[in-house]
Design a protein around this ligand. Structure first.
Ligand code: SAM
Length: 260
């Protein structure tokens, strides 16, 4: 078991479940920047995929499984996967009675071992920050059918210098050893074709806390904290495609604020 698996198996599970339950209750809207994503955010995101009845759907990093019934409302052909056995065990216990056809698998998003061209949709919600992003995109391209779609959310490397909540969250995550990578979104968008995808829809959340409030822009701002993209697979890519450096553990904003 590598360090990443250890992190997600030990301790994080209880913390995350508690955080989500506080987020769903939205104890205080003033607290929203310190909270996570609500089930309503999840539901709204999945809706964007336009899943048609019983198309095969892969959820990467399904955590304790709160996305399962949301996807199951559209398709019973769901594969729920996560790097953490603890998460998958809990998801299985909780959601198998409600969603009996869901299939579970412990695997890394970067290497799922599913057949190529198998899935019509992939959901990667609140997970991409933890991944080796280029490898994960290559794997998503491999397992998606041509014309299939991918929903992905993440954090942008260029957020506002004045977004103190975002800066504190970045520093805090590093202190806890939380796997956390910031995407260079403009660069990712410029390499979409090389990665075999096209852009179907996009939402940009300028400040930390905006995601929870569903406050987003469609035009890409110069600086923003979070993003949600729906990408369509246009073609197979030949792997490996070379190192594109699409993400890094220290954001450009952090480097700018702390320089000199
Ligand atoms: C912040 S949680 C989000 C879980 C779920 N999507 C949700 O929003 O409730 C991140 C999840 O990603 C999983 N994860 C982290 N790295 C992963 C990897 N390389 N492959 C698959 N899953 C991973 C973790 O175990 C954890 O369950």
């Amino acid at each position: 078991m590598d360090n990443r698996e250890n992190y997600w198996n030990n301790g994080y599970f209880e913390y995350f479940k508690d955080l989500i339950s506080r987020t769903n209750e939205q104890e205080s809207s003033a607290e929203s920047a310190r909270l996570a994503t609500s089930d309503q955010n999840y539901r709204n995101a999945i809706e964007l995929l336009g899943i048609i009845k019983d198309q095969p759907v892969l959820e990467m990093g399904s955590g304790f499984g709160r996305g399962i019934p949301l996807i199951y409302a559209y398709s019973k052909y769901v594969f729920s996967t996560d790097i953490s056995e603890v998460m998958i065990d809990f998801a299985k216990k909780t959601y198998l009675p409600l969603c009996p056809e869901v299939q579970f698998k412990v695997c890394q998003a970067e290497n799922t071992e599913f057949d190529s061209h198998f899935f019509q949709h992939i959901v990667c919600f609140a997970v991409f920050d933890a991944l080796y992003q280029q490898k994960a995109l290559e794997e998503m391209n491999r397992v998606l059918k041509v014309g299939g779609t991918l929903l992905v959310t993440g954090k942008n490397t260029f957020y506002l210098n004045a977004d103190a909540e975002a800066f504190d969250a970045e520093v805090g995550a590093r202190k806890k050893g939380h796997p956390n990578c910031f995407t260079n979104v403009p660069k990712l968008l410029s390499y979409l074709d090389a990665l075999g995808f096209s852009l179907v829809s996009h939402r940009y959340y300028v400040k930390r806390g905006d995601f929870l409030k569903e406050k987003f822009q469609i035009e890409i701002p110069e600086k923003f904290y979070e993003y949600m993209l729906v990408l369509k697979k246009e073609k197979d890519i030949v792997i490996p495609i070379g190192e594109l450096s699409l993400s890094e553990p220290f954001s450009e904003t952090y480097k700018d604020i702390t320089k000199g």
